[in-house]
Design a protein around this ligand. Sequence first.
Ligand code: COA
Length: 373
Amino acid sequence: MAEWFKAHAWKVCILEMESRVRIPSSLQKNSYINKNQIMYNSKISGLGMYVPENVVTNDDLSKIMDTSNEWIIERTGIRERRHIKKGDGNSTVVMGVKAAKIAIDRAGIHKDEIDLILFATLSPDFYFPGSGVLAQDQLEIPNCPAMDIRNQCSGFIYAISTADQFIKTGMYKNILVIGSENHSGGLDFTTRGRGVSVIFGDGAGAAVVTREDNLSKGILSSHLHSEGKYAEELSLIGPSTNRWVPEILEANDPDDISYYPYMNGQLVFKNAVVRFSEVIMEGLNKNNLQPDQIDMLIPHQANLRISQFVQKKFGLSDDQVYNNIQKYGNTTAGSIPIALTEAWEEGKINSGDIVVLAAFGSGFTWGSSIIKW
Ligand code: COA
């Protein structure tokens, strides 16, 4: 017997590997891709969110830097945000996984039915590997592919659009999309950094995107754009391969602010209001919709003033736009799934509604998704 095993060890090895190989559920059912025809739509079948318990108010910030509750509310609409507290066990991936578990549960599927994980973040747990594989491990999903999306505030829209393409071609059936950020660990909480650090908060949201056979329902279209010439206008360039670790250690410069995010606030604001409006209009035009047909607009929670500008431009009522930046600040890739989850939990999104997601942010990148719920 021992002899046989020795001679056939490679077969045993292959058999063992085969038993571990997981074929995506969609491919098991003989679905072939017809390049000329969209076979399926995709829909959001489950949503979840998680924010750390630690609430940081504007007054808390004004104790550690020269700012005020009035200034922050007037310019941004933010009243408080959540920050991970050292020792609370949270990280970008941990928060993302907490949100994902809720989304998977609400989608009514088992975690092993997830065919692909897309993780959008600008604040990954590790430099490498990406947060997608770390989330996969924590969710204990054995072999599905996991991919990171690096598109900052537009990350969730880019991820939703990517998921939609994989589902429309028939490749995958259930895709887990996570948007999560741990900003607080890397912000400059001195007066020097106040223009940036009062805006951002920590938190995560997740969605399960699932095959929809009815082509008039689900994600109708997504529209993505970028303009790399503004890459450094909202950026964090310190931790990069431009200057590797030995150089950083040698410089040991406490005044090197390249390790904190930089934002040209006014340029970002001016571009945001234009690009938000353009990309929402692009999505509406593509689907022959008028602004008054929007049941719910979920803008990326960049700044309440930007959302209000867009709301006014399209003549939308308060019931047609969802904002929760007042409670959470700007959670970048987490902001749209967090807002979408809360709007859905509050019963503000119902079957048949036209839901518009729109984002603008670092890159610059921007995008929209038009969904018939
Ligand atoms: N508290 C108090 N004062 C502050 C401050 C703070 N947190 N941050 C900046 N200031 C001060 C500045 O130092 C400056 O003072 P000075 O005039 O004495 O030099 C003054 O306020 C105005 O600064 P400025 O940067 O011109 O402010 P602003 O009116 O452009 O508002 C933002 C700043 C960041 C609120 C605004 O530019 C903005 O919202 N931009 C878009 C940001 C955004 O949406 N980012 C996310 C994109 S996804």
